[in-house]
Every structure is written in structure tokens, then in C-alpha cells.
Design a protein around this ligand. Structure first.
Ligand SMILES: *Cc1c(COP(=O)(O)O)cnc(C)c1O
Length: 377
């Protein structure tokens, strides 16, 4: 196929279910065009029902805003240290800096690509020996693969450090049949345009504590105290989700499970067509792990092979992307301490995210796989 004529295949593009516009229309019809209203409450209820485990959900303007408020609710403040998975998107770590605190990065384990429990414990002991107890741990379910919940939370509770669970990529993932987004003292979700469901932009803070939800909404709506005039005893934010946006979310919740099914089918297709190659490895689910397969990622045998595949796909108008560049390698975090085992560095060199949208067609998948197979020996 001619590259000029061939249709662009995206890594992960928005995929509307069809009923979103009804909810948005209802917001217009009832004039709830504001950062509150029935869609906001309904969307929160939808997520609470989906996640189960008695969680409370506050719908906010983004996953990043949710992380920012989550850290604040956990008491993170100036000069505190926060342990953060190094291999992640920068949005996991940036809110630490918004609060004047310092990120300390922790490397990944090979099994899930997420925070390594051994490195976490080494990091905690070392920080304690230096005289400072980390204020929180940010663990991430990268690409939808759950982190090792049992091991990470066992260490966290042994040292009495709260976990902020970054579940931005993992709505619909489960760990031993319990939904991701329900494990941390606080968890966050993202509904950005490339996520498993999207509201164009948006996020949520999740917690089993009802008072965390209430405090999050208070802080997200300019921290207005109860008074007829505007009275403030705290610095607030403008982080609440709008009722229009929440309407899109309500429609998207109706198709969440279908989206997870499509993305898992993408993984199965790649596995079936590329899994026999000795030059490519796909990330398998350990026993008891259920990934939403937000993105299907491959590990190649070398940096050069990864680049050959990436460039060949680009040449055919197919988007792919190296795995997240670890935060300890980012110039902006060059001064931060990190506890490393080499795994995230290696994954960054050899790993590639393949197109994984829930709206990919079978012919798209065949096109992608044939480009890759041409590169393999
Ligand atoms: C997308 C993402 C975020 C940020 O969410 P936004 O809604 O885009 O602000 C945070 N952490 C991870 C791991 C993400 O993938």
C-alpha cells in the first residue's frame, strides 16, 4: 500500500460509544452548563458502582489535578519526600513538585514493569537512615498492567506510608478480581483523549474515605467555606469537572467493558501473529493479574531492532512510540535521587508501544503486523 494514500493508524484514539451526546444534550436542555450538575453526580455514581469496594469518587478536571489534590490530602507539603515509580508519564511526578516536595524515584520489576518491591524497601530504609521518612508512595499500573499490589502495599503498611495509586491507565484492570483504583489510600483515574475511556479531558480522585472525597471537592471548587459571602481559610483550586464533560463520561461508562474487550483482543491478535518470533516479547499477565491492555507493548532484542520497527511503521503512516522514558533519565528531574536496578533503562531502550485503540479494525491490525514481520528475520 502506498504510504501517502494509506489511512493514519493512531496509537490510541478517542472512541465514542454513541450515547454521549444524549447526556450532553440533556445538560444543555436543563441549562446545567457549569462545573456541577446531574451528569457530574451521575458520572461519579457510575464509577463508584463500577469500581465497587465501597469507594467514593470525586470527578475532577484531569488526572494530574487529581494527583495534585491526592498528595495534598495525604499531607504532602514543602520539603517532604515522595517515592514515585520512575517508569511512568511525567504527570505522575510533576504534582510532587507543585507542592514544593521532592520526588525520589524507584525502579521497576521485570514481571510487571511497575514499581519493584525490593527497590522500594531499599529506598525507604535509605531515606529513613538519612533522617527523613517518605510522606507517600506513588505506584502506577503502567499500560493497564497492575503493579504487584500485595508486595507494594505490604511494605507500605509495614512502614506506615500511604500509597497514592496512579490508575490513570488502568480503569477496567483487576488484581485478583479486585478493581485497580481501589487499593491506595487514594487512587486517581484519567479520562484524557488517549485513555481507555475519554471525556476529552478529565480525571477522578477515588478513595474509600468519604471525607477525602468531600475535601477533594472542597479544594477543587476554590475552598469556599460555608458562608453567604465568599470566605476562605485555605488556598483552593479550580479543578472540578464540568457537567458537559461529565455527560461524555456517562456515555463512555456504558462502553467501558466493550473497550477493554477490544483492547484485550488487540493484544491477542499481536500475540498470535508476533508471539512466535524470538526477537519480540509481549508482556504477559502473571497469575491473578487482569490488564485492560490499554496499550500493547513489545520488548525487542535490541535498540536497533526497536528503532527499525518504529521507523518502518512511521513510514507506513502508523504511529508507535518507545516506552515511557524513566523519570530518573529526564533532564527536569536530573537532581532527584533514584533507586535503580537497570530494568526501566533497559525497557526504555528496547520497548515499543503498538497501536492499541479500541476502534482499530482488523485490516489495521493486519497492516501493522505485516510491516513488523517484514523487519523480523
Ligand atoms: C495520563 C496519565 C496521567 C495524567 O492524567 P491527565 O488526565 O492527562 O492529567 C497520570 N499518570 C499516568 C500514568 C498517565 O498515563
Amino acid at each position: 500500500m502506498n504510504a501517502i494514500e494509506s489511512k493514519r493508524i493512531w496509537l490510541s484514539s478517542p472512541h465514542m460509544g454513541g450515547t454521549e451526546q444524549n447526556y450532553v444534550q440533556h445538560a444543555f436542555d436543563t441549562n446545567w452548563v457549569a462545573p456541577l450538575g446531574p451528569n457530574v453526580n451521575g458520572f461519579e455514581k457510575d464509577i463508584e458502582g463500577y469500581l465497587d469496594e465501597g469507594v467514593h469518587v470525586a470527578a475532577l478536571s484531569s488526572g494530574t489535578a487529581s494527583l495534585h489534590l491526592g498528595l495534598k490530602l495525604l499531607g504532602v507539603t514543602r520539603d517532604d519526600e515522595v517515592l514515585c515509580q520512575s517508569m511512568t508519564f511525567s504527570a505522575s511526578a510533576n504534582p510532587i513538585v507543585y507542592l514544593g516536595a521532592t520526588p525520589i524515584f524507584v525502579d521497576s520489576e521485570a514481571q510487571t514493569w511497575n514499581m519493584c518491591p525490593n527497590q522500594l524497601e531499599i529506598a525507604i530504609k535509605d531515606r529513613l537512615s538519612k533522617g527523613k521518612k517518605p510522606k507517600a508512595i506513588i505506584a502506577v499500573h503502567l499500560y493497564g498492567m497492575p503493579y504487584n499490589v500485595d508486595a507494594i502495599h505490604k511494605i507500605a503498611s509495614a512502614y506506615k506510608i500511604p500509597v497514592l495509586e496512579d490508575s490513570a491507565e488502568a480503569l477496567g484492570s483487576r488484581y485478583h478480581n479486585i478493581n485497580c483504583g481501589t487499593f491506595g489510600e487514594i487512587a486517581i483515574l484519567s479520562f484524557n483523549g488517549n485513555k481507555i475511556i475519554t471525556t476529552s479531558g478529565g480525571g477522578a480522585l477515588v478513595s474509600k474515605s468519604k471525607s477525602f472525597k468531600e475535601k477533594a471537592i472542597f479544594l477543587a471548587t476554590q475552598a469556599r467555606n460555608d458562608a453567604p459571602h465568599y470566605e476562605h481559610t485555605e488556598i483552593g483550586h479550580n479543578y472540578r469537572m464540568s457537567n458537559i464533560i461529565a455527560g461524555i463520561g456517562r456515555g463512555q461508562m456504558e462502553v467501558l467493558d466493550a473497550h477493554v474487550g477490544n483492547r484485550r483482543a488487540n493484544f491477542d491478535f499481536y500475540k498470535k501473529n508476533l508471539g512466535d518470533s524470538s526477537e519480540i516479547k509481549l508482556l504477559e499477565e502473571p497469575e491473578g493479574y487482569h490488564s485492560n491492555r490499554w496499550l500493547t507493548c513489545i520488548e525487542t532484542t535490541s535498540y536497533n531492532l526497536r528503532e527499525d520497527i518504529r521507523l518502518a511503521l512511521a513510514n507506513e503512516n502508523i504511529e508507535s512510540r518507545p516506552l515511557w522514558k524513566p523519570m530518573h533519565r529526564q533532564p527536569v528531574f536530573a537532581e532527584c535521587d533514584a533507586y535503580l536496578n537497570g530494568i526501566s533503562d533497559d525497557l526504555f531502550d528496547r520497548g515499543l508501544c503498538l497501536p492499541s485503540g479500541s476502534n482499530l479494525e482488523e485490516e489495521d491490525l493486519f497492516r501493522i503486523v505485516s510491516v513488523i514481520k517484514n523487519i523480523l528475520r
